[in-house]
Design a protein. Structure first.
Length: 512
């Protein structure tokens, strides 16, 4: 695969991929190529299909602008962003490289963004990969994948987990093309946060993704994976909003933004489905990967415990105060009642005596603390920790971390909340929505903590060692990210013991 070497800074670098030549730009000292299609647009006859190989092109294709995002749910105004950038090329990748030529053989980091499997686009400023690529001496890749009904609804006539299949297609594109950008296809690290972390965990369990990456970083993995029956029931509710059936034949002619709006309508009234959808409805989570037995044969915890990932090096962790972000967004900060805390404990605490065990383990905790603890543990903290222990059970190696640094933005109300790690890892402390957590002008402490994250993540991508010992079941050594770095026994010991015997199954359909 030939390529033109990059031109001097300030000019327009060119590379040649399997599909054709590309012309990018230079930004912050690295070559950048945006909006490169890695699959055919999944519209018209390809709507709800598995991603199909992209057709080649003649001449030199400009790669200077991000591709349009896939249709989005309405959270944080994402639906408007996707409509404003209209177009069918939903499946595109973006590449940052300090040395875009085949001989460089640099490590590669591939980012999968989160967004509850309902929103997410690689064009958001918080995901700009220039700083990681430049400071880490590596090739950075981001991409779009289908979300919501397009990517995760369980439809008759469509493959399951189309969003995950898009991710596999993006990783196959990396395998086949990244050498032209200076990357080493044998040194690929896939990393993601929230639904992106859940996606990384799912890819680790998927036969179709085998061999496509060497290392994995899972940041704040959600514990929600759906059974086919639950996923099909959610899809039926979404289709019913439009008076249709959950089939490719019925839905493939519905405008994408109308379909996304139907998903929003269902998400807004999940409380009416709690008798059928259980915990997913209580947390208003209508979409998650489906353990369908084919694309995703078993849950990630089961797959890793069975040894599916023993040859993949794993870095996994979470923030201390995961739930706080949602408490604030939902207007409950400082408002959680004793009844709400009791209900949360009843719903989410593990085992028949889980409620009492939480109260015994945290005797001084008030209603908000108990509410946030059990929600944080059920949705993010314990799923992430259990992924590490499953990896070890399967004969693999895992490094574990926790972010405890309290976010200084907005008067400090967010603490070490969900998503705080994203600006710190990317080093984009003053751009994009998460920057509100950091504050108007990033402090020296924020810059230093970000440098610690970037050093650890890029070192892990380069040689599998983030700078602290691997986790084991005796010492449980954990990197604690704060203004003063530390390595200690896993800090959330009370929660670890509470959840020790719990397994995270695919969530069932509980009523018919």
């Amino acid at each position: 695969m030939a390529t033109a070497a990059t031109e001097p800074t300030g000019s327009e670098p060119e590379v040649r991929t399997a599909a054709g030549a590309l012309r990018g730009t230079v930004d912050a000292g690295v070559a950048v190529f945006r909006g490169i299609p890695f699959a055919e647009p999944p519209v018209d006859a390809l709507r709800f299909a598995a991603p199909q190989p992209v057709r080649g092109w003649d001449g030199v294709r400009p790669a200077k602008a991000y591709g349009p995002p896939p249709p989005q749910a309405g959270h944080f105004g994402m639906d408007a962003l996707s409509r404003d950038a209209a177009g069918a090329d939903w499946l595109t990748v973006n590449v940052w490289s300090p040395e875009p030529h085949p001989g460089a053989e640099l490590p590669v980091m591939v980012w999968i963004q989160g967004g509850a499997y309902s929103i997410g686009m690689s064009s958001l400023p918080e995901y700009d990969g220039a700083r990681l690529a430049r400071d880490g001496g590596l090739v950075m890749v981001t991409f779009n994948y289908r979300v919501g009904i397009e990517g995760f609804a369980h439809l008759d006539g469509a493959p399951a987990n189309r969003g995950l299949l898009d991710q596999v297609a993006a990783l196959e594109w990396v395998r086949d093309n990244i050498r032209a950008f200076g990357g080493d296809p044998a040194q690929v690290t896939v990393f993601g946060e929230s639904a992106g972390g859940g996606s990384v965990a799912a890819l680790s369990a998927m036969p179709r993704a085998s061999g496509l990456f060497r290392r994995a970083v899972v940041q704040s993995m959600p514990g929600t994976f759906f059974s086919p029956a639950l996923a099909a029931d959610v899809a039926a509710a979404c289709a019913a909003e439009l008076g249709l059936r959950p089939t490719v034949a019925d839905l493939s002619t519905v405008a994408p933004d109308r379909l996304a709006a139907a998903g929003d309508a269902v998400a807004a009234k999940t409380a009416s489905f709690v008798d059928r959808w259980g915990l997913a409805a209580h947390r208003s989570i209508p979409f998650s990967p489906v353990v369908d037995g084919d694309v995703l044969p078993v849950t990630p915890w089961q797959a890793l415990a069975d040894g599916a990932c023993r040859d993949i090096e794993l870095l996994v962790g979470h923030t201390r105060d995961e739930q706080r972000l949602f408490t604030v967004i939902e207007g409950m900060f400082g408002q959680v009642t004793e009844d709400q805390a009791a209900t949360a404990l009843q719903l989410f605490a593990p085992g028949p005596d889980g409620v009492q065990r939480y109260r015994d383990a945290f005797p001084a905790a008030g209603p908000q603390e108990l509410y946030e603890l059990v929600n944080s543990d059920w949705l993010f903290r314990m799923p992430s920790l259990h992924l590490a222990t499953a990896q070890i059970a399967g004969g693999g190696r895992a490094h574990v971390y926790e972010l405890v640094w309290p976010a200084p933005g907005m008067g400090g109300m967010f603490e070490a909340c969900h998503g705080l790690d994203v600006p710190l890892v990317f080093g984009n402390l003053s751009s994009g929505r998460p920057a509100v957590l950091i504050g108007e002008s990033p402090s020296p402490a924020a810059e230093e903590l970000s440098a610690q994250f970037r050093t650890a993540w890029t070192a892990f991508a380069a040689h599998g060692d983030p700078g602290w010992p691997a986790y084991d079941l005796e010492h449980r050594l954990t990197r604690v990210f704060d203004t003063r770095p530390a390595v200690t026994a896993y800090p959330e010991e009370a929660s670890r013991l509470l959840w020790h015997n719990h397994t995270f199954p695919a969530l069932p359909l509980i009523g018919h």
